[in-house]
Structure formats: structure tokens, C-alpha cells
Design a protein around this ligand. Structure first.
Ligand code: ACM
Ligand code: ZN
Length: 542
């Protein structure tokens, strides 16, 4: 603590003692030592990378691509050699295997050259994102002229506080094209967020092609009406847009997105909801429900009674689905949902009640534990792990299950104390579908709740009351964007930005160095200008 304080004061001294350079970087790096002067990119600038690791090209390409798009500068990539090792006008990548955080990097910008050190390609990639933020915002544009491509001289040491830094986007309530999903991934990389949680299935639409169950694409992916206005309206006042709405990603498209994300060092976690939020699937396969249906893909928002029945056919279906999903997504985790599963149907279903008797369970909560455990074992048998929303702990569950806390910090604390790995995504700090201004009249329709920028910024994924041992279970934090009220991409951008920047700093930067006013200054003087150049419809509340 004392040392961190010292570093903080030391850095503040340097930042404030040199007037001419400003460093508008978000998330704030661990150490920023201000230097005078600048480095200017030109047509002769090279990027020199070590030989051997193909992922290094993805890191250097992050910078090369920006210049290629924005300017007439084609940065030349070379591998490190005797001839070029002392060259000026170059960005040098030097591998330092001793660096313990593989996402960390050191960046030294002088007038003559830029040196970057990291243990792995991902660290170099994040150094390129830092350089991107130090460049004039025109670097985000598709054509420019007359810009001096200068970055201020500086020495930076940086590494994230958490290994898990995520954003969830719900594409069930409203769908996003492949092009838009790729844009989210680009913007995650800009904020050094490394995980995209893709909420692919829900009551209102199933969005992933599963070869063995074609009706998921033919039927479950489409709804025929969508509620107009807020979901809390009385039934008699509800009006609907009577229109076929939906879509799904083919497996080829999913592979394309996964490969794209890999190049941006973003891991995708697919979510397949169970046992609740399953009406879209049950519409196509009503035999997997307790009542047999019929159902329709929902055009209302909320929590519905019909969920998967616990009969064997359900598990055959879900295991087949998960097998195809695991083929497509190479990451460790599969998210199996688990939230908001009403037990109304299970209480009255003779299959589900016989299952409770046969297994000697106490109640429907324990039946849910049995359900999730069966899925967990299946996923683990394939060498993967599951994440579930915090409700999966109700009725007891293996500590192998990673818990995503959403109803509040306390749920995450309890789960960590039970020995679960925990991802903190409490609605009090992380639900970006909430209003961001008190003046609701001037804001687009939102889910309710109030989550202004400073509240997101104050998010601390590791509650102080956890012991050091318990705190090791907190993998990181995540923002969630539920899409009931967010059909348009411009609206989505308005909800995400700049609150996602605040979240990024909460999960990357150290707790001790956090300063909201300083964050706002960096945001306004730097990041918002990059957003504007990118054409993002951000909320201009700061
Ligand atoms: C949730 O917000 N239902 C996870
Ligand atoms: Zn049943």
C-alpha cells in the first residue's frame, strides 16, 4: 500500500511537472512518466517484431491497420535482425519472458524511436492500443489529410488488475449483424477489454445455427410481434409491432467472428440459456417442455413459466447443442445461463416430480442443482468449464462452477466464500441498460434503474470484506447490455459509451490510483474525440 502510494505521488509529480504533454489514456496505466518532446510517424517508420510467433503480426497489425486506413502511411513490418536492431524511426517489439502478467507491457516513446516490451503478443497488442489513444483522434477515421501523426514522449508500465474484463451483449431481444459484432470487438480492444460474452439464446429468439436441430434457425430465430413501449405496462395497454423479427448466425459466420476476435485478443464466451429463458427453443421443440406447448417465440419482455423439462430428451438436446457450440468456440468457458428459472411448471409436472422422488431431492431448487450439475459434468468431460448466473448456486452446486454475480455485490461475496470463482457484474454498477441521466424525459426508453457514469467508475469488483484468500476467487468484472429497449445500433452505442470506458478502468487500473475527475479529463480530452472520429453515437453526459 505504502509503495503504491509512493508510486502514485511519484507519477503525479512527473505528470504535473512537465506541462506540454498530456496523456489521455483510458484505462489509466499503472505508471505514466511524462517526458518532453514527441515521436512523429512518417512513411519511413517501421515496426520491428521478433521472429517466430505468428500472433505478433496481430499485435503489430493493430497499429499498421489504423495507419493504413486513416493515412497514406504504410508502416513496414520487419523481423528483428542485426541490421535493424539499432535503427531509429521504428517501433521495436522486445520480448521479455520475465514479465509475469502476460497482458502487461512497457512502453518507452522517445523522439527517435518507440520501444515496447512484453512477455507475449497480447501485451504488445495492448501497447498498440495505448499508442492508438496517444495519436491524434483522426487515426480512427477512414481518410484524412494534413495530420501530424505525433505521439508524446513517455515511459509507461502497465498491466491489468484483473484477468477477466468483459462485456455481455444480448442479441436475442434485438439482433446484431456480424459486422456490428465485429465492431463491438474492435471497441472492446480499444478499451483493453478481453472478453465478449455473447448472449445467444433467450425467450425472444435463438441466434445460433445448430446443424442437428434446424428448426432452431427456421422457427426459434423468428418472432412475429414485439412489444411497443415498456414491459411493465398493464396487459390491457400493450401494443405490438406485428412484424416478423429475428435472425441467426450461421456456423460459418460464428467461425468468422471467433477468428476475428482471436486476432484482437478477445475471447468469446457463448451463452446458451437453461433451464429458463428457453421459449424460443421450446416453440420449435415443445416436447422438451413440461406441458408440451404449443408456444410462440416471445414478443413480450419478462420471465415466463415455461422452461425445459428435466426429462432425458432435454439433456440429449442440450448436450448436442453444447457439443456443436464447443466445436465453434475454442475458449475455456461456456455460459449456461441459469437465471430466473421459475419452478411453476416443474411443481406440476409428473416427470419432474418423479425425478425429485427418484433422486431423493428436497425440492425444485435441488432439481435445478441436479440439472446444472449434469450439464456441468458433460461440459467438463469435454475439457471445458461452465459459468452460470448466480442462481445456479441455489440448491447447492460444485465449486467447479464459475458464478456470475448480477443481483448485487453480496451474491458474489457469498459465492467467493463458498469457493467459486466469481465474475462480478452487479446490476448496481454494471447494467448499462439502465438510465444514465436523472432526466428520463430526454433519454431514450430504458429498462429503469439509474446508473450514471461516476457510479460505473466507482465499481470495485473485489469487496473489501473478502479475505486475501477469498479475493483470489474474483476473476474480474463485466458490463451487461440487455437489449429489450435497444433495437438500433446508434442507441446501443449511446448506452455503451462512455460508460464502458468507466468499466474498463474499474477492471484494469489499480484501486488506489482511481480518480474520477482525472478520468473525466482524460475522457473529454482524448477518448471522446476518438469516439467522435469513429462515428460513435456516445452519450455526452461528461
Ligand atoms: C440477468 O440479468 N437476468 C442475469
Ligand atoms: Zn417437467
Amino acid at each position: 500500500m505504502k509503495r503504491l502510494f509512493f508510486i502514485f505521488v511519484f507519477c503525479s509529480y512527473f505528470v504535473s511537472s512537465t506541462a506540454q504533454n498530456a496523456y489521455n489514456i483510458v484505462p489509466q496505466p499503472v505508471i505514466v512518466k511524462s517526458q518532453a518532446d514527441k515521436f512523429v510517424f512518417n512513411k519511413g517508420t517501421r515496426v520491428i517484431i521478433p521472429e517466430g510467433d505468428p500472433a505478433m503480426h496481430n499485435a503489430s497489425f493493430a497499429l499498421i491497420e489504423r495507419f493504413m486506413t486513416a493515412s497514406d502511411i504504410a508502416l513496414k513490418e520487419e523481423t528483428l535482425s542485426e541490421e535493424n536492431k539499432d535503427m531509429t524511426n521504428a517501433v521495436f517489439f522486445k520480448t521479455d519472458p520475465k514479465m509475469t502478467n502476460k497482458e502487461g507491457y512497457r512502453l518507452k516513446i522517445t523522439k527517435e524511436r518507440i520501444e515496447v516490451e512484453a512477455a507475449e503478443a497480447v501485451g504488445f497488442f495492448y501497447a498498440m492500443q495505448t499508442i492508438r489513444q496517444l495519436l491524434p483522434p483522426e487515426i480512427e477515421k477512414s481518410t484524412t489529410s494534413g495530420v501530424e501523426w505525433a505521439v508524446p514522449c513517455v515511459e509507461i508500465e502497465d498491466a491489468p488488475r484483473y484477468a477477466y474484463r468483459g462485456l455481455m451483449v444480448d442479441v436475442s431481444r434485438h439482433f446484431s449483424s456480424v459486422k456490428d459484432v465485429k465492431r463491438y470487438i474492435d471497441l472492446l480492444a480499444f478499451h483493453k477489454i478481453n472478453t465478449f460474452h455473447w448472449h445467444l439464446t433467450d425467450d425472444q429468439g435463438w441466434r445460433i445455427e445448430i446443424k442437428k436441430y434446424p428448426k432452431l434457425s427456421e422457427i426459434s430465430a423468428w418472432r412475429y410481434r414485439t412489444l411497443i413501449g415498456h414491459g411493465n405496462a398493464a396487459a390491457k395497454d400493450r401494443k405490438y409491432k406485428q412484424e416478423r423479427y429475428g435472425g441467426f448466425y450461421t456456423q460459418e459466420e460464428i467461425k468468422d467472428v471467433v477468428a476475428y476476435a482471436g486476432k484482437k485478443f478477445v475471447t468469446i464466451i457463448p451463452e446458451i440459456e437453461m433451464p429458463g429463458h428457453a421459449l424460443a427453443a421450446l416453440t420449435a421443440y415443445p416436447e422438451l417442455s413440461c406441458t408440451g406447448g404449443p408456444f410462440e417465440v416471445e414478443g413480450n419482455w419478462g420471465i415466463f413459466n415455461d422452461i425445459y423439462c428435466t426429462r432425458d430428451e432435454t439433456f440429449r438436446f442440450l448436450e448436442d447443442v453444447l457439443s456443436e457450440v464447443m466445436e465453434l468456440f475454442p475458449g475455456t468457458y461456456v455460459h449456461i445461463g441459469g437465471d430466473e428459472a421459475k419452478k411453476t411448471r416443474w411443481e406440476r409436472c409428473h416427470h419432474c416430480q418423479s425425478k425429485i422422488n427418484e433422486l431423493g431431492l428436497k425440492n425444485e431448487e435441488e432439481l435445478q442443482s441436479w440439472f446444472i450439475t449434469r450439464i456441468e459434468k458433460f461440459v467438463r468431460s469435454k475439457g471445458r468449464r461452465i459459468i452460470g448466473w448466480e442462481e445456479v448456486t441455489e440448491g447447492g452446486i460444485s465449486p467447479e462452477v464459475t458464478v456470475m454475480a448480477w443481483r448485487g455485490i453480496q451474491k458474489g461475496i457469498t459465492a467467493a466464500r463458498q469457493g467459486h470463482d466469481v465474475i462480478m457484474a452487479p446490476q448496481t454498477f454494471c447494467y448499462l441498460d439502465y438510465y444514465q441521466s436523472k432526466d428520463r424525459e430526454t433519454e431514450p426508453l430504458a429498462n429503469g434503474g439509474y446508473l450514471p457514469l461516476d457510479k460505473v467508475y466507482s465499481f470495485d469488483p473485489t469487496p473489501q470484506e473478502l479475505s486475501a484468500q477469498e479475493a483470489k476467487h474474483i476473476l474480474g468484472g463485466q458490463a451487461n447490455l440487455w437489449r429489450e429497449y435497444i433495437p438500433a445500433e446508434t442507441h446501443l452505442e449511446y448506452m455503451l459509451f462512455p460508460r464502458l470506458a468507466a468499466l474498463a478502468e474499474a477492471v484494469w487500473s489499480s484501486r488506489d490510483g482511481k480518480d474520477y475527475e482525472d478520468f473525466k479529463k482524460r475522457l473529454v480530452s482524448g477518448v471522446l474525440k476518438h469516439y467522435a472520429a469513429l462515428g460513435i453515437n456516445y452519450a455526452n453526459h461528461p
